[in-house]
Design a protein around this ligand. Structure first.
Ligand code: FES
Length: 194
């Protein structure tokens, strides 16, 4: 009898006891949640993949554009330009004012494009630039390979192949600001009268 009882106990420990209805419902709930979670993760991954492909497609329609500095820009109102020279560093131009006239000379060296430096002379110097006699107050020198330019931009020493550019100047009618137009290279004699 005792032995038989032991046998029953062995049988009872060999097989798991059936789950109660409550436990079964609990387990079923867990499986359902897991299935939902997996299907949602799958859906999310699919949507992400579709979104990525759509972005790549739209991006391929937009060309890689290089935005350059505008060639025409404002540099300030006339009262900001006193007699003499002023360097607009970020635009690499010099603006000169002589009484009621203004002109603009590029600071870009015509050799390889370095920015030239302006040097003020202690006293005016008479030079023959491009066949004309001028009394210059300043000169330009390039720090890269030593090119030198007279005050009117004419190159006279070093590897620079030609004079510095002169750009057109005008006054914007809407706000009275001085406008430099680097798309228009003008003669060295160009002067804006204001
Ligand atoms: S870049 Fe000015 S001299 Fe070469």
């Amino acid at each position: 009898m005792r032995k038989k009882k032991l046998g029953l106990e062995e049988v009872a420990t060999s097989y798991p006891a059936p789950e109660s209805p409550d436990e079964s419902a609990k387990t079923g709930g867990v499986n359902l949640s897991r299935r939902k979670l997996i299907s949602r993760v799958g859906l999310g991954a699919t949507l992400l993949a579709i979104g990525g492909q759509a972005y790549a497609f739209v991006r391929s329609l937009v060309p890689n554009v290089l935005y350059e500095d505008p060639k025409r820009f404002k540099v300030g109102t006339l009262d900001q330009f006193a007699e003499g020279a002023r360097f607009i560093e970020d635009k690499r131009v010099f603006i000169f004012r002589e009484k009621n006239t203004l002109h603009c000379i590029s600071a870009t060296c015509t050799h390889l494009g370095c920015t030239v430096k302006m040097q003020r002379l202690n006293q005016p110097k008479r030079v023959n630039a491009s066949g004309r006699e001028i009394d210059e107050q300043v000169e330009f020198a390039c720090p890269c390979h030593g090119s030198k330019y007279y005050g009117d931009g004419t190159n006279y020493s070093g590897p620079a192949p030609r004079p510095l550019d002169h750009f057109k100047l005008e006054v914007a009618p809407e706000d009275g600001q001085l406008v430099v137009d680097t798309s228009e290279i003008v003669n060295q004699d160009f002067r804006l009268t204001v």
